[in-house]
Design a protein around this ligand. Structure first.
Ligand SMILES: Cc1ncc(COP(=O)(O)O)c(C=O)c1O
Length: 406
């Protein structure tokens, strides 16, 4: 098989790999708690499902729509942005895509020339780097040691003549942190000054907890707004990962280019999902709020238990999304395990699936999703704690034995 150089350069998604490993263990009868997932565990709210069924029954779902989405869906998105974020976008600023993944993919295809560099705060979501590479771009990782704080200096150090874009994600996957408004304003102004566009992935923007505030890059004045492309979707807010609807908000010229691109790549996003999404944006607020509250309860329950696990360090309680990204270097030291062995031991011995921080650019961490029931979360924390304790004892005994034999 003569595969292209382009595809040889791409790593399969680590989160998808974890998901399939956990699923196959579960299929063989093992009671796996899957904290590797990146999706809400709720059924899509009824009113959204009903709108989809109606569009099938009245025959509307049978046909293609405009490649960039149905007009009524764009109007619903426009109205939602106005109500939820106090942001004005017109229909010509909006493209609807097959998931936020395609929203990002099409945006990179539309904006990047070969060799263009994209500044990407590290840790980062797994698909960004691969999507940038698929568009011929070069991901440049910008270390952000305190993941809640963006400093212009960090970016300045990586600025070259080839820098084209900055990619931001807040609330973040994998850390669950949100960026502060002041930091975003400074970085936004810096990027305008250097003629760099900002891609702001705001897919977790409505999953924010405990009174913390999310700031959209669209809300920082017209200078920054005009320089920003916002990515969003229905997957996380409305528990609609399977429906595959994403959104790009940006300059009409970019939207036209993205439309041309997707018209050849995917065609329109599934028509039935578009009708479902109209209902999400017009009637889904109450159900979305209940799900948000449930995530908040889970975060507040799991965080204190997680930081009790020996060798787990997470000084700041996350603010949004549904992930925890603790530093586990202490636990690796205690157990004498490598991070690969720790993650695979957690799955095979403790039956808890998590994702190695390496996949997000930061080894020595793991990502745990709390999109699980309270019972499962409590059980998972017990299992992880006992895994660390058991393996710590073993490695201590091993240490003693080897000392004695020496
Ligand atoms: C940060 C981030 N952006 C985008 C996506 C893609 O979402 P979608 O299901 O709409 O493709 C995900 C999904 O995990 C994500 O975590």
């Amino acid at each position: 098989m003569q595969l292209s150089e382009r595809i040889k350069n791409i790593k399969p998604s680590a989160t998808m790999k974890t998901l399939s490993l956990a699923k196959s263990l579960r299929a063989s009868g093992v009671d796996v708690i899957n904290m590797g997932i990146g999706e809400p565990d709720f059924q899509t709210p009824n009113s959204i499902q009903e709108a989809a069924i109606e569009s099938i029954q009245n025959g509307k779902a049978s046909f293609y729509t405009a490649a960039s989405g149905l007009e009524p869906l764009k109007v619903a998105i426009k109205n939602h942005y106005q109500a939820a974020f106090n942001l004005e976008y017109e229909v010509e600023n909006i493209a609807v895509t097959t998931g936020a993944k395609m929203a990002l993919y099409a945006t990179f295809q539309a904006l990047l020339n070969p060799g263009d560099e994209v500044l990407l705060p590290n840790p980062y979501w797994v698909s960004y780097s691969e999507q940038i590479k698929l568009a011929g771009g070069v991901p440049i990782l910008v270390p952000v040691p305190d993941s809640g704080k963006l400093a212009v200096d960090n970016f300045e150090q990586h600025l070259t003549a080839k820098t084209k874009l900055i990619l931001l994600n807040s609330p973040q996957n994998p850390t669950g942190e949100i960026y502060h408004k002041d930091d975003l304003i400074k970085l936004g102004n810096w990027s305008v000054d250097h003629d760099l566009m900002i891609i702001s992935d705001e897919i977790y923007g409505e999953l924010v907890y405990n009174g913390n505030q999310f700031t959209s890059m669209g809300n920082l004045g017209s200078r920054i707004k005009e320089n920003t492309v916002i990515i969003n979707g229905v997957s996380k807010t409305y528990s609609m990962t399977g429906w595959r609807i994403g959104i790009v908000l940006g300059d009409p010229q970019l939207i036209k280019s993205i439309t041309a691109f997707v018209s050849h790549a995917t065609g329109n996003p599934a028509t039935v999902s578009q009708y479902a999404s109209v209902a999400a944006f017009t009637q889904g607020a109450k159900a979305a709020e209940l799900m948000r509250q449930e995530f908040e309860t889970r975060l507040n329950l799991i965080y204190p238990k997680l930081i009790e696990i020996p060798g787990f360090d997470l000084p700041v309680k996350p603010h949004g999304a549904f992930y925890l990204f603790p530093n586990i270097e202490g636990a690796l030291k205690l157990t004498g395990l490598s991070s690969e062995a720790f993650v695979s031991g957690l799955l095979t011995d403790a039956h808890v699936a998590v994702v190695d921080g390496k996949a997000f650019g930061v080894p020595g961490h793991i990502r745990l999703s709390y999109a699980l029931s309270v019972d499962q979360l409590e059980e998972a924390m017990k299992r992880i704690k006992s895994f660390v304790e058991t393996n710590s004892k073993r490695s201590n005994i091993g240490g003693k034995l080897s000392n004695e034999t020496n």
